[in-house]
Ligand binder design. Structure first.
Ligand SMILES: Cc1cc2nc3c(=O)[nH]c(=O)nc-3n(C[C@H](O)[C@H](O)[C@H](O)COP(=O)(O)O)c2cc1C
Length: 284
């Protein structure tokens, strides 16, 4: 199991806003795009007293057409260049979103650790409120460890059946269904689990968590993997919070959500049909 934390805001490094005056063309884009309005002057500068308001979004570094700006020691030349036409097309993303399915049958093999590292790294690019970046990704990255966790959860469900609320009573039979028939209604035989979490003190932690998981999910699908959001495991962890200690997670003070993933053992021949599935209130 591994825990990957995105840059926490608690101890912010110095902003270290630097402008290469030879490259700066005084276009003013950085000043206009700064969400906190703290970049001023020509060449652009940040008053040291205003540095505390910087949310480290790096828009100034990203928007500068000549790459003149660095901050927090990050140079523009270390960013990926963006050119019109580089991004996936609307048709490609449309197909990605329509074709993504909840996967409930998995191959019994681990995901390549390098691929997983990449998916987690890029998932941390998802937006967080006030750019807090206070997310933790707790990942069971080995199927052997996943089997241990399943055992721990099933043992707890058996031992504490009386604590399971009525609406979740069907989960009391999950350990037997798995032991006797190999049917895994809780973990869906997935070899891996990711739990995204954020402290309740983060400005928008409750929203940051599913946003990051949604990014992870689409990345995973584009890499040929499958995922399923696991509300049932969330319910189990809420009912028996002590199980979180098996995941090295704090028992309280976090927003979190689990997602299972791995190599799918099933292929879908076509998309489902959900055109018009959401109510759209157009206020024109
Ligand atoms: C927040 C959330 C929680 C979910 N929890 C579970 C779960 O515990 N077990 C499960 O098999 N599927 C779970 N699902 C999957 C949904 O049932 C699934 O998304 C829905 O039926 C639509 O199917 P699709 O994802 O293949 O489009 C969950 C989905 C979401 C978004």
């Amino acid at each position: 199991m591994s825990q990957i934390e995105t840059t926490a805001t608690a101890v912010l490094p110095s902003m270290d806003f630097q402008v290469d005056v030879d490259q700066c063309n005084a276009c003013g884009l950085c000043t206009r795009d700064c969400p906190m309005g703290i970049i001023e002057g020509n060449p652009p500068r940040v008053d040291p007293e205003k540095e505390i308001r910087c949310v480290r979004c790096q828009h100034c570094l990203a928007i500068c057409p000549t790459g003149a700006i660095s901050l927090e020691g990050r140079k523009a030349s270390d960013s990926l260049p963006l050119t019109t036409g580089d991004l996936p097309s609307l048709d490609q993303i449309d197909l990605l979103i329509r074709s993504r399915r909840s996967i409930r049958q998995y191959q019994n093999k681990d995901v390549d650790p390098e691929l997983l590292r990449r998916l987690l790294n890029v998932s941390a690019y998802a937006p967080t409120g006030v750019n807090a970046r206070a997310l933790t990704f707790t990942v069971i990255d080995r199927k052997r460890r996943m089997a241990d966790f399943r055992e721990q959860v099933f043992a707890a469900l058996t031992k504490h059946a009386a604590r399971i609320p009525d609406r979740l009573q069907f989960l009391a039979s999950a350990p037997t269904a798995y032991a006797e028939h190999g049917i895994d209604i809780l973990f869906r035989t997935a070899p891996h689990l990711i739990i995204a979490s954020a402290p309740t003190s983060a400005p928008c932690g409750q929203v940051d968590v599913p946003i990051a998981l949604a990014a992870f999910e689409l990345l995973a699908v584009s890499a040929g993997l499958g995922t399923v959001w696991c509300g049932l495991l969330k319910a189990v962890l809420e009912t028996l919070p002590e199980l979180k200690t098996h995941l090295d997670m704090p028992v309280e003070g976090i927003h979190y959500y689990p997602m299972l993933f791995g190599h799918p053992a099933v292929e879908y021949a076509r998309t489902v049909q959900r055109d018009g599935a959401a109510i759209v209130n157009r206020l024109s």
